[in-house]
Design a binder for this molecule. Structure first.
Ligand code: S3P
Length: 173
C-alpha cells in the first residue's frame, strides 16, 4: 500500500518542525521541512528571499516546491511554513494527495510565546500585536479545512506526537 505523506500545517511557532521530526522518527519516515527545502533550493535564507526578491517571489517558490513534493513523493512527514496553506493551489494539492494535520494554539497561548518567535520570521517584524492577531484568526479559519485538527495548548511536543499517532492508527490514513 502506498503511504500518503503526512503534512503538518499551522501558524508560525505552533511546533510543526519539532513535532514533525518526532513524528517521522516514531513512524520510521523521512522528515522534510519545506522552509529548509526552499532555502536549500534557492541558496538563500528566507529573510534574504523576502528582503531581496519580495514576498511574492517567496510565495511562488513555496508554491512550486510544495506542490512538487505533495504530488511526487509518498510516505514522508512534511512541515509547511505557516503561510503556505493560504495558497489555494497548495491547499488543493495537500488535500488531494496527503493527510493534512493542523496544529492549533489559542491566541493567548500563542501570544505567551510570541517574543521568542520573531527572529528569522519576516512576517512578524514591524507588525502590531493587533495586526498579527488578525492574521492569526484569518489563517485559523483556513487551517480548519484539513484531515485532522488538534488544539495543542498545554501539550508538550511529545504529547502532540502521541495524539497524532493515535489518530493515525485509528483512522487508518
Ligand atoms: C511564514 C512562515 C514561516 C516561513 C516564512 C513565512 C508565514 O514558516 O515560511 O517566514 O507566512 O507564516 P514557519 O511557520 O515555519 O515559521
Amino acid at each position: 500500500m502506498v503511504e500518503k505523506n503526512i503534512v503538518l500545517i499551522g501558524f508560525m511557532g505552533t511546533g510543526k518542525t519539532t513535532v514533525g521530526r518526532m513524528l517521522a522518527a516514531r513512524l520510521g519516515r523521512d522528515f522534510l521541512d519545506m522552509d529548509d527545502v526552499i532555502e536549500r533550493e534557492s541558496g538563500k535564507t528566507i529573510p534574504e528571499i523576502f528582503a531581496e526578491e519580495g514576498e511574492q517571489a517567496f510565495r511562488q517558490l513555496e508554491r512550486d516546491i510544495t506542490i512538487d513534493y505533495c504530488r511526487n513523493t509518498t510516505g514522508k512527514v512534511i512541515s509547511l511554513g505557516g503561510g503556505a496553506y493560504m495558497q489555494p493551489a497548495i491547499r488543493d494539492a495537500c488535500l488531494a494527495d496527503c493527510s493534512v494535520v493542523a496544529l492549533e494554539l489559542s491566541w493567548p497561548a500563542w501570544l505567551a510565546r510570541s517574543e521568542e518567535l520573531k527572529e528569522g520570521r519576516p512576517l512578524l517584524q514591524n507588525k502590531s500585536t493587533e495586526a498579527v492577531r488578525e492574521l492569526f484568526e484569518k489563517r485559523s479559519r483556513v487551517y480548519a479545512d484539513c484531515t485532522y485538527q488538534l488544539l495543542t495548548d498545554g501539550l508538550s511536543p511529545q504529547d502532540v506526537t502521541d495524539a497524532i499517532i493515535n489518530w493515525y492508527k485509528e483512522s487508518g490514513f
